[in-house]
Design a protein around this ligand. Structure first.
Ligand SMILES: NC(=O)c1ccc[n+]([C@@H]2O[C@H](COP(=O)([O-])OP(=O)(O)OC[C@H]3O[C@@H](n4cnc5c(N)ncnc54)[C@H](OP(=O)(O)O)[C@@H]3O)[C@@H](O)[C@H]2O)c1
Length: 339
C-alpha cells in the first residue's frame, strides 16, 4: 500500500497523460511482472475521458485468465516475444489491468451523445485495460447499457468468457440445432459460457471436466460429462461436430481424432505453429470485443437463459487473492472485484 505522487505529465493508468492537479483514485497497480504479490493497491491520478470516451465509476471488474497471464508474463508457448512487444518488454506497459467492467457513468467526453452521467453501463476496455480501479476511461463504442435485471457482478463476469465462447461457437463453427459439441475445460470462464451457449443454440453438449465440477457443469445443461482424471481425452471414443478446447492441452491431431467427417476443431489456446496450421476445419484466433455481442449476452442473462458463474466477488483490496485463485487453475467461471 502507498500513495503514488504523480508528477506533472505522468502517464495515468489508462495511458492518459495526467497533471498533478487531477483527483486521485484507488487502483490495483502492477509495475513489474511477477506473482500475485506484485499487485498493490495504491492511489493514482483519476483518468480524464477523451472526447470519444466516458469515465465509468467501477462497481465490478473481472479478474480474468488474461489479467493473470499479463501480470505474470505467462504467455502461451511461443507467443512471449510478440506478447511482450504488445504488453511491455521489461514491465507491464499498462500498470492497471482489467478489461471487463460494469459501473455507472461519471462523466462523458465532448463527442459522446449516446450516454450521460448516471447511466449504468458495462463493456470491455481492450488492450487499454484499466478496470481494476475506482474509475476507468473507456471508448463509448466499447460500452453498452446494462439491463436492470443484470447485476454489475454478472455483467462484468459474463463478458470475457461469453464473448470468447460466442466467437468460437457461433462465428467460427455455426453451432446450431442437432449438432454435437464437446467442450474441453467446461468449468472455466469460457467453458461455463460455452456449455450454455451451445445448448442455447440447440446442440447436444459433452463436457470435459473434473468430478469436483460435475454438479456445476450438469446444472449448466451439459448432457454428458467426461472426467478428465479418469477417462481423459484419449479414452473418448465418440465423434463430435464441434470440439472446443479452452484448456490448451489438446494437440491438433488429438482434436481431429474426435471430429466427425465435417467436424470443426476450435482452439481457444494455440501455439504460434498451431495458429499457422489452423485453417479449414481447424480454427484459432483472438475473440473480438463487440458491443453487439455484449448486448446479446446481457439479454440472455436478463432473460435467465445464461447463468453467470461467479467463483468469487471480492473487494478491490483483496485483488491479489483473486489473482492467486486464477493462477491456481481451479477457478470456477468468473471472479470479480468491487472497488
Ligand atoms: N482465443 C481467445 O480469444 C481467448 C480469449 C480468452 C481466453 N483465452 C484463453 O483460454 C484459456 C481459458 O481461459 P478461461 O478464462 O476460461 O480459463 P479459467 O477460467 O482460468 O479456467 C479454469 C478452469 O479450467 C479447468 N481445467 C483446468 N485443467 C483442466 C483440464 N485438463 N481439463 C478440463 N478442465 C480443466 C478448471 O477446472 P478443474 O478445477 O475441474 O480442473 C477450472 O475450472 C486461457 O488460456 C486463456 O488465455 C483465449
Amino acid at each position: 500500500m502507498g500513495r503514488a505522487q504523480p508528477s506533472e505529465s505522468e502517464e495515468g493508468p489508462s495511458g492518459i497523460m495526467q497533471s498533478a492537479a487531477q483527483p486521485q483514485m484507488r487502483a490495483a497497480v502492477v509495475v513489474r511482472y511477477g506473482s500475485a504479490d506484485v499487485v498493490h493497491i495504491t492511489d493514482v491520478a483519476r483518468p480524464t475521458p477523451r472526447k470519444d470516451e466516458v469515465l465509468v465509476r467501477v462497481i465490478a471488474a473481472a479478474v480474468t485468465s488474461a489479467d493473470a497471464r499479463i501480470r505474470a508474463a505467462r504467455f502461451p508457448k511461443g507467443f512471449a516475444p510478440f506478447a511482450r512487444l504488445i504488453f511491455g518488454i521489461r514491465r507491464p506497459r499498462r500498470t492497471v489491468l482489467g478489461s471487463c467492467v460494469s459501473g455507472v457513468i461519471e462523466a462523458v467526453g465532448a463527442n459522446v451523445t449516446a450516454f450521460k452521467p448516471g447511466d449504468e453501463v458495462c463493456g470491455m476496455t481492450g488492450i487499454k485495460m484499466g478496470a481494476h480501479a475506482e474509475f476507468v476511461a473507456v471508448s463509448a463504442a466499447r460500452i453498452v447499457r446494462k439491463p436492470s435485471e443484470v447485476t454489475h457482478d454478472q455483467a462484468a463476469g459474463v463478458l470475457f468468457g461469453g464473448t470468447t465462447a460466442l466467437f468460437f461457437l457461433r462465428d467460427k463453427a455455426s453451432v446450431g440445432p442437432g449438432m454435437s459439441v464437446l467442450v474441453n475445460g467446461a468449468s472455466g470462464a469460457i467453458g461455463t459460457n460455452a456449455v450454455q451457449l451451445a445448448k442455447h443454440f440447440g446442440a447436444t453438449v459433452t463436457a470435459v471436466t473434473s468430478s469436483a465440477n460435475a454438479d456445476l457443469v450438469t446444472s449448466l445443461g451439459a448432457d454428458r460429462l467426461i472426467d478428465y482424471n479418469t477417462v481423459g481425452l484419449d479414452g473418448v471414443t465418440e465423434r463430435f461436430d464441434v470440439v472446443l478446447d479452452t484448456v490448451g492441452n489438446m494437440t491438433i491431431p488429438a482434436g481431429r481424432r474426435l471430429l466427425t467427417e465435417r467436424g470443426v476443431l476450435l482452439l481457444a489456446v494455440a501455439t504460434p505453429p498451431e495458429t499457422l496450421r489452423a485453417r479449414g476445419h481447424v480454427k484459432a484466433g483472438t475473440s473480438p470485443e463487440r458491443a453487439t455481442d455484449f448486448e446479446f449476452l446481457l439479454q440472455l442473462v436478463a432473460d435467465g437463459a445464461l447463468t453467470v458463474v461467479l467463483d468469487q466477488a471480492v473487494p478491490l483490496h483483496d485483488i491479489a487473492d483473486a489473482h492467486r485463485r486464477v493462477d491456481s487453475g481451479r477457478k470456477k467461471g468468473n471472479i470479480v472485484v468491487n472497488p
